[in-house]
Write a protein that binds this ligand. Structure first.
Ligand SMILES: CC(C)(COP(=O)(O)OP(=O)(O)OC[C@H]1O[C@@H](n2cnc3c(N)ncnc32)[C@H](O)[C@@H]1OP(=O)(O)O)[C@@H](O)C(=O)NCCC(=O)NCCS
Length: 196
């Protein structure tokens, strides 16, 4: 099953073999990988090949997969600048998790927020999930800023480990409920209507 999401500046689409070079360029960067749990360092071409194969296998599991893994492609340049996932989907509980990375040269330009926002909308509106669970490693203020602006709140902390540099750290676990997201959506459309 092929799922593609279009936003004003981005296409979120399935990973392909011809993305491998961009994946390695993006992820073979310790300053980025130190914020991710399961990315080894150094990150090699064969790591990226395995990743693409894995994503293709997940995508071919039918109409209720346990994960959607998206490449984030800049529409204007047709260039992959990161990845975003909706994973650990539990269809009976209505929950999902997931993560995101944006290659360092493209950070701080609103792409992360745009992609994560689209993933949230997809999870709640299109798939009917009711709760998204995320998180961020202690010190990753950029990720927390992005998540907070999208309505996530911190719910707990848990010990965790970063594969890239091997450090033990704390993960701040975050959560977004569909009901809270819907309230924010309604407020935004009320504001837009009253400004019109
Ligand atoms: C976290 C990450 C995905 C955010 O994506 P991004 O495209 O850099 O973030 P955005 O530009 O959309 O910023 C969203 C908000 O977060 C803040 N922010 C995030 N990154 C920032 C940066 N590098 N510089 C300044 N502000 C930043 C801003 O307040 C921004 O709010 P605004 O839209 O009102 O300006 C990205 O920085 C990244 O890939 N980091 C490394 C990997 C990682 O941490 N992944 C998440 C693991 S939990």
């Amino acid at each position: 099953m092929v799922t593609t999401i279009e936003t004003p500046r981005l296409n979120l689409r399935p990973w392909r073999e011809d993305d491998i070079e961009q994946i390695v360029l993006g992820l073979n960067d310790l300053q980025l990988a130190k914020w991710l749990a399961f990315v080894p360092h150094p990150y090699s071409t064969s790591d990226a090949e395995n990743w693409v194969r894995r994503c293709q296998a997940i995508a071919s599991t039918g109409d209720r997969p346990t994960a959607y893994e998206f490449a984030i492609e800049l529409k204007a340049e047709r260039k992959v600048i990161g990845g975003v996932s909706l994973n650990k989907i539990d269809w009976s509980a209505g929950t999902g998790g997931g993560g995101i990375w944006i290659a360092t040269p493209y950070q701080g330009l609103g792409y992360g927020r745009e992609a994560f926002d689209a993933k949230i909308r997809f999870a709640f509106r299109d798939l009917g999930l009711t709760k998204l669970i995320n998180g961020y490693f202690d010190g990753n203020e950029n990720s927390w800023a992005m998540q907070r602006k999208l309505g996530y709140r911190r719910v707990t902390e848990a010990p965790s480990r970063c594969m890239a540099d091997g450090r033990q750290t704390i993960e701040h676990v975050t959560m977004l409920l569909r009901s809270d997201w819907q309230d924010r959506e309604d407020q935004t459309s009320d504001r837009v209507r009253s400004e019109a």
